[in-house]
Design a protein around this ligand. Structure first.
Ligand SMILES: Cc1cc2nc3c(=O)[nH]c(=O)nc-3n(C[C@H](O)[C@H](O)[C@H](O)COP(=O)(O)OP(=O)(O)OC[C@H]3O[C@@H](n4cnc5c(N)ncnc54)[C@H](O)[C@@H]3O)c2cc1C
Length: 411
């Protein structure tokens, strides 16, 4: 323990941020109770592990920091203090060594979240963290105590310090539903509007295209908006487009739609070929070959890419090799709106950094600290989200211990 006094601490929200904070606080000798509204903790963490738990990323810290928007110095400081390597060491300490995948992303060797969560909960139990599930935070009572809805009725508690890690508003059935926003704004705390992040967008597909290609991947494409280009894969959905490459641009697309009413996404359907090379291939067709055959055989487009070209052109396709090549290298798609926040991977917006101090404590509520996705930052997929949750939680827990030490034993 940094000071000599063991305190009663409430952590509210049992996602990775809350669990990480609870571990640090209980490890330092405090009496920690974690309140979670769902019947079990870590539900989003478990879902994150479904397709491979991408815990963090191996790129150098300088570029790592640039993934977070808006740039928040306290968050950058938190990541320096509990770095991607520290997160990997922590994971290994729980018997789950990690590896770096081909894209630089870091995963546990087991690939899953469940063995890690099991070992983690075992450790929390050993160090005395009390977990109360089915306890929903309702806000503060007039005397400053915390109110919860529980299966046994309303409960109020008055810990010496509180750490909130209530998550964003994506995938609300896993527990984080963003209903904490009015509780905090009502208490005079500035919260930037919650918005979908790492999300798909609606596209006005023709009925024919939608019926034939919903659920079909667009492989090896490059997507651009303004100066940003991302190579990867996207997925055609019944009402739009989603997938890794779209998510990577989703902050910019979302902001463009907000400002302009729609965004023009530029697709390069053959990013591995120059426009010239493509034009030469398209110009050397056999006499009598149909346009469909030329697109398939000469340009190497699969059916979804060839049809998408028609969607983008909005008219019959040109037959000249030059015009076709230009269209294949820069097919413009109109994106009209992000999918709803419930369908997003993560949430932008949240408790404004100006509402907290350098210790992650709410200026309007001394003794109450905030961490994780409920803070106003966003980042792409790639492990940056979990790293942000862990690092901010540990920084907030450290901040709380500093504050408790300063407050002295008579708090
Ligand atoms: C499908 C999917 C895949 C993902 N994959 C990855 C990945 O591979 N890598 C990565 O870095 N990130 C990934 N993420 C994102 C990552 O899971 C989140 O960023 C992370 O879980 C945020 O942690 P948190 O603790 O801040 O919030 P959460 O995990 O959302 O936890 C918040 C907790 O607070 C509880 N809570 C909310 N309101 C109340 C209340 N009023 N009272 C009591 N409890 C409350 C919730 O029930 C929840 O348990 C993925 C997300 C999704 C949806």
């Amino acid at each position: 323990m940094t000071g000599s006094t063991s305190r009663d601490i409430a952590v509210i929200g049992g996602g990775p941020a809350g669990l990480a904070a609870a571990e640090m606080l209980a490890g330092a000798g405090h009496r920690v109770t974690l309140y979670e509204r769902m019947p079990s903790v870590g539900r989003k963490f478990l879902i994150a592990g479904r397709g491979g738990l991408n815990l963090t990323h191996s790129e150098p810290l300088a570029s790592f920091h640039q993934r977070y928007h808006p740039a928040q110095p306290p968050l950058a400081g938190a990541i320096d203090a509990f770095s991607p390597q520290a997160l990997r060491d922590w994971c290994e300490g729980l018997g789950q060594p990690t590896f770096i995948g081909s894209s630089g992303r870091v995963f546990p060797k087991s690939f899953k979240a469940s063995p890690l969560l099991r070992a983690w909960l075992g450790r929390l139990d050993t160090i005395g963290v009390r977990i109360l599930t089915r306890h929903r935070f309702l806000g503060w009572d007039a005397d400053g105590s915390l109110a919860f809805e529980t299966p046994d009725g309303r409960l109020t508690v008055a810990p010496q310090a509180t750490l909130m890690s209530l998550g964003g508003a994506s995938w609300p059935r896993l527990g984080s539903d963003g209903t904490w926003v009015p509780l905090l704004t009502g208490a005079g705390i500035k919260v930037s509007p919650l918005k979908p992040a790492n999300v798909g967008f609606s596209v006005p597909w023709s009925d024919v295209f939608r019926e034939r290609f919903a659920g079909t991947p667009l492989k090896r494409v490059a997507l651009s908006l303004g100066d940003e280009t991302v190579r990867g894969e996207a997925m055609v959905t019944a009402d739009g487009i989603e997938g890794g490459a779209v998510y990577a641009l989703s902050r910019l697309i979302r902001d463009e739609i907000e400002a302009e009413g729609e965004a023009r996404l530029v697709l390069d359907l053959r990013p591995d070929l120059t426009e010239d090379a493509l034009m030469r291939r398209l110009a050397s067709y056999k006499p009598g070959a149909s346009l469909a055959t030329r697109l398939r055989k000469d340009a190497g487009l699969d059916p979804v890419a060839a049809s998408l070209l028609r969607e983008a052109a909005g008219r019959a396709l040109p037959s000249s090799a030059g015009e076709l090549a230009a269209l294949i290298k820069a097919a413009h798609l109109r994106l009209l709106a992000p999918r709803p926040i419930e369908r997003a991977i993560s949430t932008a917006g949240g408790v404004a950094f100006e509402a907290i101090d350098s210790r992650f404590m709410l200026k309007a509520r001394p003794g109450a600290f905030v961490a994780g996705e409920m803070l106003d930052w966003e980042a792409p997929t790639g492990g940056y989200l979990l790293q942000g949750a862990f690092s901010s939680a540990r920084a907030a827990a450290a901040g709380m211990m500093d504050w408790l030490d300063e407050a002295g034993p008579d708090l």
